[in-house]
Unconditional design. Structure first.
Length: 306
C-alpha cells in the first residue's frame, strides 16, 4: 500500500509524523491485527518553489493550475494508491479541479474532517463560540464559516482570524520565541471580535497544518488572556488517526508476516537550511523516522512538469 500525504508546504509533515507514531506504537504493542502488506508513505511538498507559495499566487486560477499539475505528476511518478491532502488551502482546491475520470487514485482532503470536528464540538456545547485560525487564503475562502452556517450554526458563534505569515514563522523559528509573540497578537485580535454576551467556553480550531506544531503556544496565549476553559481542535491529529484506521482496516492475510512501514519526503526544490533545522526540532519528538526522511529529502523537479 502506498499512501501520499501532501500539503502546500511542511505543515502536513506533522500529520505524517503523527501517523508514523501511531503505526510504530501499534507495531510495538504486539497486537496481531496489522496490515497484510508493507506500508509506504510518501510526503510530497506541493509548493513549486521556496519563494512562490499558494498565498502569494495571483488568484484561484493559478492555484488550481499549479496544484493540479503537481497532483497529476505525483500520480504519474509515484503511483500511489491514495492521496491525502493535509492542507486547508489545497483541500478546498480539490472541489474545483478536473481530476482523472478513471479515479484510479483515491484523493481526499482535510477540510471535511475539520468541518465535522467543528460541528461536533458546537453541537455538544451549543452556547460556545468557535475561533477559526487559518492562513489568509483559507479564511478568505470562507469554507469553514459557510459550512457551519449551512448546518445551522449562528453567525455570531463564528470568529475567523487570518494569521498572515504565521506558518512561515513557525517553519523558521526553532525556539518559538517570535512565533509565540505572533500567536499572542492573533489571539488578541480574535478575542476582540467576541460578542458581549458570550459564554465562557471557546472552541479554538487550528485551521492551518503548521499551527499543530505550536498547539501548546496557542493554549498559553489563551490562558494569558484569561481563557483557560477552551476546547482545542487539532485536525492534524484527527487526520492521522483517520489514516491509521484506514490502514488497519485493510483485509488481513498472513498475520505472522513481519510487515514494514517506511516514509519518504519528496520536494520539487531544496528546502532552505533554517527550515530544515526548525522542522527537525519539531518532528524528532513525534517521529524520528519522519524527521530523518525530511532531512534526507529527495529532490523531484519533475513534479512541476507541464
Amino acid at each position: 500500500m502506498h499512501l501520499v500525504i501532501t500539503d502546500s508546504g511542511l505543515g502536513g509533515l506533522s500529520v505524517c509524523a503523527r501517523l508514523m507514531y501511531l503505526l510504530e506504537n501499534h507495531a510495538q504493542s504486539g497486537l496481531s491485527n496489522f496490515p497484510p502488506e508493507n506500508i509506504k508513505i510518501t510526503y510530497v511538498n506541493s509548493v513549486p518553489s521556496d519563494d512562490r507559495g499558494y498565498n502569494s499566487m495571483s488568484g484561484r486560477t493559478e492555484q488550481i493550475e499549479t496544484f493540479d499539475k503537481i497532483i497529476r505528476n505525483t500520480t504519474r511518478l509515484l503511483s500511489p494508491d491514495s492521496i491525502f491532502v493535509a492542507c486547508g488551502t489545497l483541500s478546498v482546491l480539490l472541489e474545483h479541479m478536473l481530476l482523472p475520470a478513471e479515479k484510479t487514485v483515491k484523493i481526499e482532503g482535510i477540510v471535511p474532517l475539520g468541518v465535522r470536528m467543528l460541528l461536533g464540538s458546537l453541537k455538544k456545547k451549543p452556547r460556545s463560540t468557535a475561533l477559526i485560525f487559518g492562513t489568509p487564503t483559507t479564511i478568505s475562502n470562507k469554507t469553514f464559516q459557510q459550512e457551519l452556517l449551512r448546518n445551522g450554526i449562528a453567525e455570531k458563534q463564528i470568529i475567523a482570524q487570518s494569521c498572515p505569515d504565521l506558518a512561515s514563522e513557525i517553519s523558521n523559528d526553532p525556539e518559538g520565541i517570535k512565533v509565540y509573540e505572533s500567536i499572542q497578537h492573533w489571539v488578541k485580535k480574535a478575542l476582540l471580535q467576541l460578542q458581549q454576551n458570550i459564554s465562557d467556553h471557546l472552541i479554538v480550531f487550528l485551521g492551518c497544518t503548521h499551527y499543530s506544531y505550536r498547539e501548546n503556544l496557542f493554549h498559553q496565549a489563551f490562558i494569558q488572556e484569561g481563557f483557560s476553559n477552551i476546547t482545542m481542535l487539532n485536525p492534524n491529529h484527527a487526520a492521522a488517526e483517520k489514516l491509521q484506521k484506514s490502514i488497519m482496516d485493510a483485509k488481513q492475510s498472513d498475520q505472522s508476516k513481519k510487515n514494514k512501514f517506511t516514509v519518504d519526503f519528496v520536494t520539487p526544490y531544496e528546502i532552505p537550511e533554517q527550515e530544515r533545522i526548525t522542522l527537525k526540532n519539531l518532528l524528532n519528538p513525534i517521529s524520528p523516522q519522519t524527521s530523518n526522511a525530511f532531512q534526507n529529502a529527495r529532490l523531484l523537479p519533475d513534479l512541476l512538469d507541464d
